[in-house]
Design a protein around this ligand. Structure first.
Ligand SMILES: [Fe+2]
Ligand SMILES: [Fe+2]
Length: 307
């Protein structure tokens, strides 16, 4: 065998890097460097975890929704999000990590989910703010995944993005109804926005230089953290103010000269602490996920026996 004619791992990795950085796509069955496989898997796994953990704060409100129409809409959103989790765990599984292992790691706190799902929901206004603004922040990240170098993920994101854009309408409709309601309802929305603003500003993560962001280098994602936060502010600050709400950051302003939003530095320490399981509802939500998993054991047994 002519070993000398075979490309070395370094050469193959470099050729792969050139391929993805020039916009090339990677399919599940293609050769890929281990580091790329690990990075895509970790990224998709965290996304999947966030979808199924993200429904827990909303689930608490299904029975308390103020009308049948609101109950149906919220139930549908929760179903959509769980469906996203299902699609994403399948994708991650294709990259080599069994789904059982992913669920075990999530429930044991070994893997992460997004910061915004570690916080409590105090009023119905939280349901509106989550579906409108948390989903808005999420869809900006997710739209940047439509051009992901890992083609199966990019394809799946088309369906997910379509559904997410509908969630935003559902959230906006709740917020708009409350803002057109009583003084007390408007105060509820403002109070919810005041609590969610910090986590929303932390959502996309600290500004990271392009050369240090591996997910950008592999073109798993196409936009950096700060770019996404700037886009969020450009799109949603005017809409929030239009509704008569105020934003709880006295330093927030658009700088015409630089074309960028200035704001109070979010607490990156809080973000780190929250995503490592020290948020106000982290342990309670994980405990609920474990309980739910145990209660579903008989269903898994029945399905496995039947197949
Ligand atoms: Fe989702
Ligand atoms: Fe959503």
């Amino acid at each position: 065998m002519a070993v000398e004619t075979e490309a070395t791992i370094e050469e193959r990795t470099q050729a792969f890097r050139d391929h993805v950085t020039s916009g090339g796509k990677v399919e599940m069955t293609d050769w890929m460097p281990d580091e790329y496989r690990r990075s895509v898997l970790k990224f998709i796994e965290m996304h999947a975890n966030s979808e199924i953990m993200g429904v827990l704060p909303e689930r608490e409100w299904i029975n308390r929704a103020p009308s049948v129409r609101r109950k149906l809409a919220l139930t549908s959103k929760v179903q959509d999000e769980v469906g996203h989790g299902q699609l994403l765990y399948r994708l991650a599984e294709d990259l080599g990590k069994p789904r059982e292992q992913m669920l075990e790691d999530l429930m044991a706190g070994r893997t992460k989910f997004h910061n915004v799902f570690h916080y409590p929901t105090h009023t119905w206004a939280d349901v509106g703010i989550i579906a409108w603004l948390v989903d808005a922040a999420a869809i900006l990240s997710q739209k940047a995944l439509l051009t992901c170098s890992y083609a199966p993920y990019a394809r799946t994101m088309q369906k997910i993005c379509w559904e997410e854009s509908f969630h935003i309408k559902h959230g906006y409709d709740i917020v708009l109804s409350m803002m057109n309601g009583t003084e007390e309802q408007r105060a509820m929305v403002q109070e919810a926005l005041d609590r969610w603003w910090g986590p929303l500003m932390q959502f996309h993560g600290p500004p990271t230089p392009v050369e240090k962001d591996k997910d950008l280098a592999w073109r798993i994602k196409s936009k950096g953290n700060e770019q996404l936060r700037q886009e969020f502010l450009s799109m949603y600050v005017p809409r929030i103010l239009d509704l008569g709400l105020s934003i709880p950051d006295p330093n927030l302003r658009y700088d015409e000269e630089t074309g960028r939003w200035q704001y109070t530095e979010p607490s990156w320490e809080e973000l780190r602490s929250v995503v490592t399981g020290h948020g106000p509802r982290s342990q309670e939500r994980l405990a609920f996920r474990r309980l739910n998993y145990d209660q579903g054991e008989w269903v898994r047994q029945a399905v496995m026996t039947a197949s």
